[in-house]
Write a protein that binds this ligand. Structure first.
Ligand SMILES: Cc1cc2nc3c(=O)[nH]c(=O)nc-3n(C[C@H](O)[C@H](O)[C@H](O)COP(=O)(O)OP(=O)(O)OC[C@H]3O[C@@H](n4cnc5c(N)ncnc54)[C@H](O)[C@@H]3O)c2cc1C
Length: 674
């Protein structure tokens, strides 16, 4: 009997999917699910039951397990097949391809130890196949091979990507780029996974303020050893990925103290475990279960008089002479500046990875959403798909903004990391909410898989540079510097900020003369930035140019506007790239669809930051794009097998009795509404 109720509900959902909204709470015949569904359908559509029986409705017969069968999966698969026949994937299949195709239905009863064990096993498997080396990750970061690797490990699971990249980039690349010749054997061992590394930078007292690191490394020239200590609770290393169990070596960031003088933060490579046992003086406290990324063993770590040899110092930029003198190796630049530069360089790859994989999560989510429509009308689904595709392509086309390893790209990688990771979270929220309102067990399964992914990606908002801090860095250091300099110049003349006003006037003139051009959202966003700059500059006037007052005014009343400026700045970069690419693609394909997608994206963003703006009628763009959504979706470099491995097919692959209690109860609660 219960089974029938659920079956009826699922069958009802099937019709719901094609646009008929069943009335909740009507009497149904639980013994006969098809009859029950017909009652729902008849009630919702106003069509008499007898008439409905005569109609040949697609998906009429409920699947064996009562799960709705209407989805776009088959159609999308055909499109992928056509695409693959036209241009077969060129690269060789690797262990990552196999992992991506292996079904990963989660077992929600797994213990944290089991999840961690499974994740480190995946790391071992990948490293044993020598898929990538630390040197390749360093030298060819933007190469197709490395990008393919980053994308695939991210899709296998955020836990795997995090644990593996902590080892390869945070540990391995730090040793490679901060160390010298004598440290290279460690890189080789890391490539072979003979050592497992972690990175100890963050402290309980604050992770964003690296210059404020409290852990000390005091050098004794007689023994040529450093003594590592955690002088206060705030100096406890925190959130160290891999440190609770897996790692046996680390790159530690600590203040180098020599003859009582503090030389600032330096990197040290050292052993933390021997044969599975912690080195005496090192204490580790497992951070236990987290919101997500439970495959990564994070820990608090403290040091008490741990002695390490001189060679532990990663000495690319400095050394300590036999006489115990500190020697900076690189010309006039002091080692602190060099280490800071190194850290920036180090973070660039991390930020690239996050911006890149956040972009990939847009297309992944759009593919899931495209394949398996939640309970909504077909019309609404197609319209949502157009919006989702516009976001996905915007981030796909945005990559040239931050690839490449120069200072400008570091700046762009920082802002793109912050904006893309933030938007990815919002995108997850939106899609999960849409499925959450649905009523089929398959949709609950989707919600849970996506929620697990989202929880895994959540930490990207803070690691590799906290988003709030990065956005302020971008706003403060780059954009506002101009406004502030201008302000200082202007204050010499009068106190009216006419220059900014003049700029605004020119922009508005341009805008009014070019109303409804394709570039309009871009200029509206630029104008909004200027307006915010003006507002901040006005507040800054009170400082009289005194740096300590500038900082206080910034902290107390300008942060939010500054962060918005940085976000808008990122969007103008994205819109510019999208425009270029859309124009080129339309010319190539003799179409208008890319420009339509561009318009939809740019107006969406414009509305977000300039809420009073009147959006032009975009119905032509939607009408043009809605019939093409699946074909557009098939353009992303995704495979049906990858999706199937994460989101199982609804009909036979997840029968009710395989559902665990949560999904079962949820579906039952909803069934009761019948
Ligand atoms: C899952 C996970 C894994 C991690 N792995 C590692 C690892 O392996 N090794 C490692 O060293 N670290 C690791 N971290 C730590 C991570 O790098 C830090 O969390 C990050 O750098 C931020 O530091 P914090 O948490 O101390 O926050 P803080 O920097 O103290 O910031 C706290 C809050 O204050 C805000 N804030 C900070 N400064 C400002 C400002 N100037 N203006 C406005 N707001 C501000 C931030 O937005 C944040 O909301 C990991 C973190 C997580 C969550």
């Amino acid at each position: 009997m219960q089974h029938d109720v659920r079956e009826a509900r699922a069958f009802g959902t099937q019709f719901y999917n094609v646009g008929v909204i069943p009335d909740e709470g009507i009497a149904v015949n639980h013994e006969q699910p098809i009859e029950a569904a017909l009652v729902i359908l008849s009630q919702g559509s106003g069509i008499p039951i007898d008439e409905l029986r005569k109609m040949n409705v697609e998906g009429w017969v409920p699947s064996e397990n009562g799960v709705p069968t209407i989805n776009n999966r088959e159609e999308l698969e055909k499109l992928y097949d056509i695409k693959n026949k036209k241009s077969p994937p060129s690269e060789e299949r690797t262990i990552l391809d196999e992992m991506l195709e292996k079904p990963r239905l989660r077992n929600y009863n797994s213990t944290i130890q089991e999840i961690r064990e499974a994740t480190i096993e995946q790391v071992r498997l990948i490293m044993s196949h020598e898929v990538i080396s630390i040197e390749e990750l360093h030298e060819f970061f933007d190469s197709p091979k490395v990008l393919d690797f980053i994308k695939k490990i991210g899709l296998v699971s955020p836990d795997l990507a995090t644990l593996l990249l902590v080892h390869l980039i945070l540990y391995g690349k730090s040793v490679l780029t901060l160390g010298t010749e004598k440290h290279l054997p460690l890189v080789e061992k890391a490539n072979l996974l003979e050592v497992i590394g972690c990175l100890m930078m963050t402290e309980e007292g604050g992770g964003s303020d690296i210059a404020g690191t409290r852990t000390t490394a005091i050098f004794d020239n007689e023994t040529r050893q450093f003594t590592i200590n955690t002088p206060s609770r705030k100096a406890t290393k925190a959130f160290i990925g891999g440190a609770a169990k897996n790692a046996n070596r680390t790159v530690l960031f600590a203040r180098l103290i020599l003859k009582g003088k503090d030389y600032g933060v330096h990197g040290f490579e050292m052993e933390i475990r021997k044969n599975g046992e912690l080195i005496p003086g090192i204490k580790v406290k497992d951070m236990g279960k987290k919101l997500g990324l439970n495959g990564v063993d994070n820990a608090y770590v403290t040091f008490e008089n741990v002695r390490i040899p001189y060679n532990s110092l990663l000495d690319k930029f400095c050394e300590i002479s036999k006489e115990g003198e500190y020697i900076a190796k690189e010309g006039n630049l002091d080692p602190l500046t060099l280490v800071t530069r190194f850290l920036l360089g180090q973070f660039v790859s991390g930020r690239h990875t996050i911006a890149y994989n956040s972009g990939n999560s847009f297309s992944f989510l759009t593919a899931v959403f495209g394949c398996y429509p939640p309970s909504m009308s077909k019309f609404r689904h197609s319209k949502e798909m157009v919006d989702n595709l516009a976001f996905s392509f915007a981030h796909e086309f945005a990559r040239p903004i931050y690839f490449g390893n120069n200072l400008k790209n570091h700046f762009n990688a920082s802002v793109m990391k912050a904006v893309a990771s933030q938007m990815a979270m919002e995108f997850f929220d939106k899609i999960i909410n849409l499925y959450g309102r649905s009523s089929s067990p398959h949709h609950y399964a989707i919600v849970r898989e996506l929620a697990e992914y989202q929880a895994g990606l959540d930490a990207t908002k803070t690691y590799e540079g906290d988003n709030n801090v990065l956005l302020q860095f971008v706003a403060g250091k780059q954009i506002l510097k101009l406004a502030y300099q201008e302000y200082l110049e202007l204050t010499k003349l009068d106190f009216s900020l006419p220059s900014l006003q003049k700029k605004l006037a020119i922009l508005w003139k341009y805008i009014s003369q070019n109303l409804f051009t394709k570039e309009l959202p871009y200029f509206l966003l630029k104008a909004k930035m200027l307006e915010l700059q003006k507002s901040i500059a006005n507040k800054m006037r009170a400082s009289g140019g005194k740096p300590e007052l500038v900082k206080r005014i910034w902290d107390t009343s300008c942060q939010e506007e500054g962060i918005t400026i940085a976000k808008i700045h990122a969007e103008t970069l994205i819109i510019k790239e999208f425009y270029k690419k859309a124009k080129a693609l339309d010319e190539e394909e003799k179409s208008t669809r890319w420009m339509h997608l561009f318009e939809i994206y740019s107006w969406n963003i414009c509305k977000r930051y300039v809420p009073h703006v009147k959006i032009p009628d975009l119905s032509d763009a939607y009408e043009n794009l809605m019939p093409q959504v699946l074909e557009l979706l098939s353009r992303f470099d995704l495979k049906m097998e990858w999706l199937d491995a994460i989101i199982p097919k609804p009909s036979k692959s997840i029968p009710f009795d395989k559902f665990d209690n949560v999904a079962y109860e949820l579906s039952m609660n909803l069934s009761c509404a019948l």
